[in-house]
Design a protein. Structure first.
Length: 119
């Protein structure tokens, strides 16, 4: 059980370290790096390579942005199986609706509780 936590920490940390290295050593903007992470998750998920990583590293692979990309792919696959080609348009949002809703809800709560300050 403790090794599950260790692997989640190491894999999630590796994703963070790669992102930090991209920020420090390239001229890529954080927005482009975040987008690249989501696209990488989509590609790896579509190829069936991301699910084994999630099974191995748990939250260390499912929580980062690559995990969000994989969730989009899994939602599209399920929706296409159920609804045909219409699932291409609806599956991604359906599959990731819980995460998107949670992010919006927490943003609303913390935006209401705390006031931003100018730097």
């Amino acid at each position: 059980m403790i090794m599950d936590y260790v692997w989640a920490f190491l894999i999630g940390g590796a994703f963070c370290a790669v992102g930090e290295a991209l920020i420090v050593f390239t001229k890529l903007t954080p927005a482009r790096i975040l987008t690249a992470y989501v696209v990488a998750g989509v590609i790896l998920g579509a190829l069936g390579l991301y699910q084994p990583l999630i099974e191995f590293a748990g939250a260390g692979a499912s929580v980062p942005l690559t995990g969000f990309g994989n969730t989009l792919v899994e939602g599209v696959k399920k929706a296409v199986d159920e609804k045909g080609l219409l699932g291409i348009l609806t599956g991604g949002l359906t599959g990731s609706a819980a995460g998107i809703t949670a992010a919006m809800l927490f943003a609303l709560i913390f935006g209401t509780l705390f006031k931003s300050k100018e730097k």
